[in-house]
Design a protein around this ligand. Structure first.
Ligand SMILES: NC(=O)c1ccc[n+]([C@@H]2O[C@H](COP(=O)([O-])OP(=O)(O)OC[C@H]3O[C@@H](n4cnc5c(N)ncnc54)[C@H](O)[C@@H]3O)[C@@H](O)[C@H]2O)c1
Length: 389
């Protein structure tokens, strides 16, 4: 530590860096070796207290290709043709579930029932009922279940909650949130009902919802009037060719939403106005705004790719009768959100701490998505009923 009192303060952070206890190595597996697993495996490889011992994928040869692509020595990694055979044959401490949405629930339930701690990729599930079933398995197992919302690890996103918690906004009564892209349909397994279950509403809508629900303490959703459409993904002119499909093939197999909007009533008299787009004839569907009795916060919108805010936020308030606009400066963040996502999960497993992104916090997120899907289908406002878990 520097002797100088001022410099010494700056040295403190480095000397306080957490030392990882390597006396017990955690045996970790990855279920689903697709695109997002590429952001999990390198993190696990990096940690000195982890042995990456197993991988599973339904597509023959995919685990090996995955390791080759990432330069991972697979000598001590066992490959399995599905998650069930992996769970049956391995003694694992933890798994990352990186499968497409439609198999999230099944994989999570089977892993928890096998006594394995779970990091489950977002969105939680496809339906509310699936999320409830996963949480029942979590409760019975006593294991850690965390949902992979890495934007929660971003310092600027965390600032939103800090600002709300500071009381600067007073009582919150109205929120507008969402985001999206002029063109940004991810294709791959994201666009078929059979694999994705839901489209933009689940893929990126869950992030916009979490940004505000987490900030205001996760009030219960009561009703939702939702709308969903697919005016872009289903048309060849707005589609594109990729390594596996022509633009026409992608348009033909597109069977989920590329736009969703909803008007949601939350407990406490709070209104949540939401819209999300994978594609539209517009640059943004609007900034996120959180309106309160003492102040309001504007959070610049993003295309929902990278898990942070779209720029500095502005706090609007009255001070001594003046209309004041305070710019909240961006905080420097090195952006390694997947490292934090995997590390905080492992720390919870090792130290018996609560999950970094607990399922109960994401349950209402999933309930809203489920409500939007039901309401859009029925063409009317629907009630949200959360079952006992
Ligand atoms: N957190 C993020 O930033 C982020 C980014 C992209 C995707 N995701 C999420 O990650 C998930 C996967 O997305 P992706 O792009 O990697 O998909 P992908 O299609 O590239 O990979 C999914 C893989 O899971 C495998 N799989 C499915 N069910 C399985 C099972 N029962 N056992 C073993 N393997 C199984 C499939 O064969 C496939 O190879 C999605 O839910 C998506 O929403 C998260």
């Amino acid at each position: 530590m520097a002797k100088d009192a001022v410099l010494g303060q700056f040295m403190k952070a480095a000397t306080e860096e957490k030392v990882i206890d390597t006396t017990k190595k955690l045996r970790v597996g990855i279920i689903g070796t697709g695109w997002i697993a590429e952001s999990h495996a390198p993190e696990y490889m990096k940690f000195p207290d982890v042995e990456l011992v197993a991988m599973a994928d339904l597509i023959p040869g995919k685990c090996q290709k995955f390791c080759d692509f990432l330069g991972i020595d697979a000598t001590n990694i066992n490959f399995y043709p599905d998650h069930k055979s992996m769970l049956e044959n391995e003694q694992l401490d933890a798994v990352s579930i990186c499968t497409y949405n439609a198999t999230h629930a099944e994989c999570a339930i089977d892993a928890l029932n096998a006594g394995v701690n779970v990091l489950l990729e977002k969105p939680f599930t496809v339906t509310l009922d699936e999320a409830v079933q996963v949480m029942k398995a979590e409760k019975a197992s006593g294991k850690v279940l965390t949902i992979g919302f890495q934007p929660r690890m971003d310092k600027n996103m965390q600032m939103i909650k800090k600002l709300v918690d500071s009381g600067a906004l007073g009582d919150i009564y109205y929120i507008q949130t969402g985001g999206g892209r002029r063109r940004g349909i991810p294709n791959s397994t994201f666009i078929e009902k059979e694999t994705a279950g839901i489209g933009a509403v689940g893929d990126i809508g869950c992030y916009s919802l979490d940004m505000v629900l987490n900030a205001i303490g996760n009030p219960k959703p009561l009703t939702v009037s939702g709308y969903m459409s697919s005016h872009f993904g289903t048309k060849e002119e707005y589609q594109y060719a990729d390594a596996d499909h022509t633009a026409k093939e992608n348009a033909d197999r597109f069977s989920v939403d590329d736009f969703a909007a909803a008007f949601i009533r939350l407990e406490g008299g709070i209104i949540l106005d939401f819209r999300i787009a994978w594609a539209m004839h517009l640059d943004t569907p609007g900034d996120t705004i959180i309106m309160g009795t003492k102040g309001s916060l504007r959070i610049p919108s993003t295309e929902c790719w990278n898990g942070t805010t779209g720029g500095p936020m502005t706090l609007y308030s009255d001070v001594a009768g003046n209309h004041v606009e305070t710019v909240i400066p961006l905080v420097y963040d090195d952006g390694n959100l997947f490292e934090r996502k995997c590390r905080t999960f492992l720390d919870a497993v090792k130290e018996g701490k609560p999950a970094p992104v607990p399922s109960w916090q994401i349950l209402y997120n999933q309930a809203i998505i489920d409500g939007i899907v039901r309401s859009a289908k029925e063409g009317r406002e629907v009630e949200i009923v959360i079952p006992e878990i």
